[in-house]
Design a protein around this ligand. Sequence first.
Ligand code: MG
Ligand code: ZN
Length: 368
Amino acid sequence: MKNNFILPAILVSFLFLFSACVSVQVKHSTISSVSSEIKKPKNIILLVGDGMGLSQVSTAIYYKDGKPNFERFHTIGLSKTSSASDLITDSAAGATVFSTGKKTYNGAIAVDMDTIPLPTIIEQLSKRGLATGIVATSSIQHATPASFYAHVKSRRLYEEITTFAPNSGVNFFAGGGLKFFNQRKDGKDLLAEMKAKDYEVITDQLPKTPSENNELILLAEDGMPKMSEGRGDFLPNATKLALEKLSKNEKGFFLMVEGSQIDWGGHDNDANYLIAELLDFDKTLGVALDFAKQNGETLVIVTADHETGGYTLASDGKDYNKIKPSFSTSGHSGTMVPVFAEGPGASLFNGIYESNEIYHKMMALFDK
Ligand code: MG
Ligand code: ZN
C-alpha cells in the first residue's frame, strides 16, 4: 500500500517547489518612443476602477439596463498587477505604477523601494504647462488619488499626504477628505494654504460651471457616501466639470478619475454595493467617451489597480439561468485586470503587459 502515497507525495513536493518559485519578477520592456504612424493625443483621461477585475466589468452586462459604456472601447489589453514586494498588490503600489512607472512595495505612495520620492505624471505634465485634475469617490488622500500628487512611505499617513496638495500643481480636485485639511493633529489650517495657492475651496455642493481658479472640491469629511447612501451623480458630474475646466488649457490636460468604492464593495463581500459602484463608474465612462468623441484629441484609458474579492458571477446552484455573485476573499486577488483604450494612441494598449507599462505608454504619447 506504500506505493499509493508516492505519487501524491511527489505531487505535493512539486507543487510546494513550484509555488516557492513563483516570485515577483518585473521585466522592463519599456516603451520609450512612439512610431510616427501613431497619432498622439493632446489629452489623456485615465479612469481607474479600484478592485475592478473582469467579473466586476461583466456586472455591467448583466445588471445594467441598456448597453454598457465598456462596450464602446475597441482596444483591450490585460495588465499584470503584482507589486515589487508582493504577488498581490495593494492600491498604493497599484496606483504608484500608473503615476510613476515604477513597481514598488505595498503601501508606498509614489516612493520607490527605498522610500525615495518618484516624480509623478501629474508633476511632470504640470511643469510642461498642461492642466491636471483628480476626481475620486474616496477621500483625495486615499491611496489611489494620493499616489498622483504626494510622496509618503505609508498610505495611512493621510495628514502628511494632505501637506502635498498646496504645491501639487493639480488644477482640479474633487472628492472627500475635508477633515485632513482642517481638523489636523498639528493644528494647521491647510485650507488657508490652498486658498493662498489660488484654490477656490468648495465644500457644499458640486458647482454647475468651473471656476477660473484652481478648484478644491471636498464634499465629505473622509470618503464620499456610497451610491446606496445618496452619492447620486457625483462621479459623472465631477468628471464632466473637470473636463470642462481642464480642456480650456491649450497645451492639453491629464485627468485621473477613480471609482474608488468598487474595491470597498469587494472588501465587504457585498455584491449590491459593488454593482451600484460599478454601474456609476460605467456611467462616468460615458461622460469621458462622449467628451473624447467630440474633442477628437483625447485618449480615454480605463483600467484597475487589481481585482478585489475574488468576485465571480457563478450560477445560483444548478440554475444556469440565474447568477448569484459570490466572493472568495475579503482581500485582493492576483488575477490580471483589463485595460480599455479609445482615441489617438489607443493601439499601444493592446496585449499583455506589466501594470507600470501603462505609465510609460502614456508618457510616450505625451512626448512631442
Ligand atoms: Mg483606490
Ligand atoms: Zn482594496
